[in-house]
Design a binder for this molecule. Structure first.
Ligand SMILES: CSC[C@H]1O[C@H](OP(=O)(O)O)[C@H](O)[C@@H]1O
Length: 350
């Protein structure tokens, strides 16, 4: 059974708007919104209407292209100057996922040798479309490599949401489960709910259920017990930014899972495209960690569950040191060992 036809496209270029799946409404409602301004794109990324490193990169690229089409510059110099200001504006929506910067920078590079405002506008649109198209094949390849690591009828634990809606299609870590389904392999997945935004409970459980993948939802604080007692064969997670030495920023809670996997001698895999690898930074200490609003923690479904004025710390990501990562699964293969050398070598293949 080929499940790919059933994927919901999380974002679609409409020529004068971006059709976006509003992930804040899932799983109860499948709502599409149409973004018509760069400000709406910024807000959709910041408020997690669209989230997932590759997905926010693609959406930001469409946002920049949309702004270009709507601008009325005659001076190419002025247009280019404002273009860079809009890149910085979009990058400010979320600081951790390097895909946001990677996609926007790719658009800027794509018009370096192009001249004429109208020509530049056209190239920006085409490059953004190309990024989404390429991401589909990239994620499928990651899924194929990820699946190759799992034993027959494996039980796997995953964190947050790294599925088709977090990318252009297939996802990264979840891609392995989709490929398994296509190949008739029956995997069992434990999905952690992933407080505070509940990407696991709301999105991963929903995506895998829709795809007919056996998924069991657990709370984050059950992970140790599950890894200790449920014969889990592997842990696989996504990434938002991977430093040159393999240190990986991912959803808060990932670091704890990596230590638990080590303690229980379970392989710990990171699945990510090369657009998530930032060779410009040497190690995880340089990765900016987004801090989000206290309301994400003090409220559940709009109801206050913590006292007024309580101190809150809400980092959206943590950094897993490379020594806790068994392998990094990319579209160009499975990277192991000396990540500083291997990531650089494999990146040259991309
Ligand atoms: C392929 S999604 C990668 C990554 O993005 C998620 O973060 P967020 O939901 O805040 O955008 C999570 O860390 C995933 O692992």
């Amino acid at each position: 059974m080929t499940i790919t036809k059933d994927f919901i496209k999380p974002m679609t270029w409409q020529g004068d708007s971006i059709k976006l799946l509003n992930q804040q409404k899932l799983p109860g409602e499948i709502e599409f919104i149409f973004l018509t301004t760069i400000e709406q794109v910024w807000e959709s990324i910041h408020s997690l209407k669209v989230r997932g490193a590759p997905a926010i990169g693609i959406t930001a690229a469409y946002g920049l292209a949309l702004w270009g089409l709507q601008s009325d510059y005659t001076s190419e110099e002025d247009f280019r100057k404002e273009l860079l200001e809009k890149v910085n504006y979009l990058v400010s929506s979320r600081p951790t996922a390097v895909n946001l910067y990677w996609a926007l920078n790719r658009l800027v590079q794509s018009v370096q040798a192009v001249h004429g405002v109208e020509e530049i506008k056209s190239v920006l649109v085409n490059e953004a479309i190309l990024i989404q198209q390429e991401d589909e094949q990239t994620c499928r390849a990651i899924g194929e490599y990820g699946f190759s690591l799992f034993p027959e009828s494996a039980t796997v634990l995953t964190h947050c949401n790294t599925g088709g809606i977090a990318t252009s299609k297939y996802g990264t870590a979840l891609g392995a489960f989709y490929i398994a389904k296509e190949k008739g392999a029956e995997l069992s997945v434990y999905a952690t709910e992933t407080r505070p935004v509940l990407q696991g409970a709301r999105l991963t459980a929903w995506e895998l259920q829709q795809a007919g993948v056996d998924v069991t939802l657990i709370t984050d604080n059950m992970a140790a017990h599950v890894l200790q007692s449920k014969n889990v064969d592997a842990v696989i997670v996504g990434a938002d930014r991977i430093a040159a030495n393999g240190d990986t920023a991912n959803k808060i809670g990932t670091l704890g899972l990596a230590h638990l996997a080590k303690a229980f001698n379970i392989p710990f895999y990171v699945a990510a495209p090369f657009s998530t690898i930032d060779l410009a930074i040497q190690d995880g200490r340089e990765i900016p960690i987004e801090e989000r609003s206290s309301e994400e923690i003090t409220h559940i479904a709009g109801t206050r569950v913590a006292p007024e004025n309580v101190n809150v710390y809400n980092p959206a990501f943590d950094v897993t040191p490379n020594e806790l990562i068994t392998a990094i699964i990319t579209e160009k293969g499975i990277v192991k060992g000396n990540y500083a050398e291997e990531l650089k070598r494999v990146k040259e293949l991309v």
